[in-house]
Design a protein around this ligand. Structure first.
Ligand SMILES: Cc1cc2nc3c(=O)[nH]c(=O)nc-3n(C[C@H](O)[C@H](O)[C@H](O)COP(=O)(O)OP(=O)(O)OC[C@H]3O[C@@H](n4cnc5c(N)ncnc54)[C@H](O)[C@@H]3O)c2cc1C
Length: 491
């Protein structure tokens, strides 16, 4: 179809993180005739797990479900970034995927030409930012959901007057020395819960300053079923599948219970951390969130390590708003003065909608907020493009798998029907459908989404037009979704 001078592929996959490697593996396995290339801005694979290098960085999902269905996980359920990178490296080696991946290739613009039915992407490569142009019939966007270059830091009063060192965990300096220094970690999410135990005992003082508490789920970093199956010498493929199913079964129960009996789940979670904290510790202030369980990601704390530092007097927790920074530290609204040589801002991400690439269709810029999502993976009016946006409540990868299977099925369908362009569009029956924000904020409300929701595509109130964040419902719907329901226009 294309008459370009530059290289042309059936599919360009953008990003070599866990989603891009999944896409490449499945495309090669399930549609080997398709030509494809993976373009990755960084110098290596792994995405999130390459970018984040702060002490202790680890998953908060178990790797039986955060790992792939096709590659058994053989380690402890919660894994370090290093272990995840090794696993992804093995997937690349096993499938010979390296020959398809081009590192240090950053895409900046993507233009769709309706006459030829192709995307042309422009960007830069290598250390000298040499210009590149490639084209493809289909863009498979696996670029994650946040800006990889810079994390989110709020603007606090007096922040610029602070004379100490400020570090965002996303851009952790390799040479930082914390011994004998007073360190304040601002934040209460999974990153803070990982950093604090990793730093406990290696600083002068260590304080976790949080505006409001988060739910934590302490549990041993083991899996009894996996241990038992291994004792019986069951093949790793079986162990992986059985443990995966068991974890998903249990997670479904916890998720359902969190919505049916939220007070019960809250009390159970608090009962799990109580014995890990000193006698009489003020759990009501420091570890009882204002929201009900599962409205934000529930951070697992392997072996309760966050609480060990608190119990041993190595970590102080302050729950209060920041009134102002001073040259020597922080003063809270409640009047607590925290002396700090180093402030670590574990305050989250900047959301990035489709990799901050400038997209256009026949020269008209794409405004993502004016589109409606088709099943959380394609967008009305945008041809031949899909985005992998995973789950937050369940492992991200489960949705990456589903999206891959759906797209490959769609590629087969298109080729069998001799069509080259697929574009989602609202049907007549959807004309009066209410258009809502990307996610229901009563259901799920992390800060980075709330801050940037206005930039995200919109959703409808029917399964075809939303990303429900409900793995257990979508796992039934996705494999049965057909291509003739009128939502997809083929040409
Ligand atoms: C510290 C941390 C821990 C997490 N733990 C979990 C967990 O336990 N479980 C879970 O489900 N989720 C977790 N998440 C969410 C996590 O980001 C995803 O689960 C998953 O790793 C995302 O994979 P991805 O491949 O979709 O995106 P990413 O890992 O973000 O990778 C995207 C890749 O695309 C590349 N890219 C982006 N834009 C461009 C461009 N314009 N041109 C070329 N390349 C580009 C990036 O360089 C990057 O390598 C965690 C996130 C963080 C930050």
């Amino acid at each position: 179809m294309s008459t370009t001078q530059h290289e042309h592929f059936d599919v360009i996959i953008v990003g070599a993180g866990i989603s891009g490697i999944d896409a490449a593996h499945r495309l090669q396995r399930d549609y080997p005739e398709k030509s494809f290339v993976v373009l990755e801005a960084l110098e290596s694979f792994g995405g999130t797990w390459l970018v984040h290098t702060y002490p202790g960085v680890r998953s908060d999902s178990d790797l039986y479900t955060f790992g792939y269905d096709f590659k058994p996980w053989t380690g402890a359920p919660i894994a370090t970034a290093e272990e995840i990178l090794r696993y992804l490296g093995e997937v690349i080696d096993d499938g010979g995927l390296d020959r398809h991946i081009r590192y240090r290739h950053r895409i900046q613009t993507a233009s769709f030409d309706s006459a030829s039915g192709t995307w042309t992407v422009h960007g830069t490569r290598g250390e000298n930012d040499e210009s590149i142009t490639l084209s493809a019939n289909f863009l498979w966007m696996c670029q994650g959901y946040y800006n990889h270059a810079e994390g989110y830091t709020p603007e606090w009063p007096g922040f610029e007057s602070f004379a100490g060192q400020v570090i965002h965990p996303q851009t952790w300096p390799a040479d930082v020395k914390l011994a004998d220094r007073n360190v304040v970690v601002i934040g209460s999410g999974a990153t803070a819960a990982t950093l604090v135990p990793a730093l406990a005992g290696s600083c002068g003082t260590l304080t976790m300053l949080q505006r409001s508490p988060t739910y934590f789920w302490p549990s041993p970093n083991t899996n009894e079923v996996a241990d038992m199956l291994r004792q019986l010498d069951i093949p790793e493929e079986w162990t992986h599948e059985i443990v995966r199913r068991k974890i998903l079964f249990d997670q479904e129960l916890v998720t359902q219970l969190s919505f049916q009996e939220p007070e019960f789940v809250r009390d159970e979670l608090l009962n799990m951390i109580r014995p890990l904290l000193p006698e009489g510790y003020d759990i009501a202030t420091h570890f009882t969130p204002k929201y009900m369980p599962w409205r934000q990601r529930l951070a697992r704390v392997p072996d309760g390590d966050l609480f060990t530092g608190i119990r041993e007097g190595l970590v102080a927790v302050v729950t209060d708003e920041i009134e102002t920074f001073t040259p020597t530290g922080i003063v809270t609204v409640g009047g607590t003065v925290l002396d700090a040589d180093v402030v670590i801002t574990a305050t989250g991400f900047n959301l990035s909608v489709l990799g901050d690439i400038a997209f256009d269709i026949d020269g008209v810029p794409v405004d993502w907020a004016a589109t409606v999502t088709y099943r959380g993976l394609m967008f009305t009016g945008v041809p031949n493009l899909a985005w992998v946006f995973g789950y937050f409540r369940a492992s991200w990868t489960l949705r990456a798998d589903m999206v891959s299977d759906f797209l490959i099925r769609m590629f087969h369908y298109m080729d069998e029907h001799g069509v080259h362009v697929v574009t989602p569009h609202l049907r007549d029956e959807d004309a009066d459908m209410p258009l809502l924000e990307w996610v229901n904020v009563d259901d799920f409300n992390p800060g980075y989404l709330l801050r940037s929701m206005h930039l995200m595509p919109r959703r409808g109130d029917k399964p075809e037009w939303q990303h429900s964040q409900d793995y257990w419902r979508e796992k039934e719907i996705f494999p049965q979704a057909t291509f003739d329901d009128g939502c997809l226009d083929f040409a």
